[in-house]
Design a protein around this ligand. Sequence first.
Ligand code: KIV
Length: 276
Amino acid sequence: MAQRLSIHEFRAMKARREPIAMLTAYDYPTAKLLDEAGVPALLVGDSLGMAVLGYDSTLPVTLDDVIYHLRAVVRGAKRALVVGDMPFMTYQADPAEAMRNAGRLLSEGGAGAVKIEGGRWLAPTVARLVQAGIPVMGHLGLTPQSVHQLGGYKVQGKSHEDAERMIADARSLEEAGAFALVLEYVPAELARQITSALSIPTIGIGAGPFCDGQVQVINDLIGLEPDQPRRHAKVYAPVGEMIRDAARRYLREVQQGHFPTERESFGLASREAVAR
Ligand code: KIV
């Protein structure tokens, strides 16, 4: 059986200057396909709130939601490092609660690491989790769990002060023991500065080409929401349109009596043999 990628290999990839491609996944078949394609790291993000549960933000996602989807993804992916996102208010209130909840993502969900959103104020929590043997991925820039505080899904770190603050946040998360850092919606030049200031890998989304890796939401990559294209994403295959088209063709064929045919039926010599 293939060995699962570790956080140490993740760091080694930065040292080798090998770009890291990460994708979100929320279910067994998708995780299996992405793993077979060789994607080294999968994130069961709280983006599942929007991507699969139909919420309009990540805030309603629960720890049990993430655990449920994690278990399916871990069953599907044999080789990838699987990271579980910690939902809103499962780690912010206090480090002991963060520890219990992060522990559940590993013990019940099968995650190899957890991800939390926030800057240096979370460094003590990161340190406690890492001491307890729980690998932590940080997340700076646009942190969707703070959408109300940020006033929308906007690029972060545009002013000199905000950029300096983000660099200091990144350093303190690294010092606390985070093994990698997501940078979301950050100007490319700031992402470049953070990437060169850290020895842990930065994984960008809407953060330009200078990060050590990239992460994308699988729905965006395969155009599952064709009516909502995103500026930072590229549709590699229009699966959303293909699903809609397949459903329309199926509907038409059923309505016109063209499906199922003899080929898709058991023990049917000819269509006329069926008493309708
Ligand atoms: O929840 C998520 O999918 C994320 C990625 C966009 C990084 O946090």
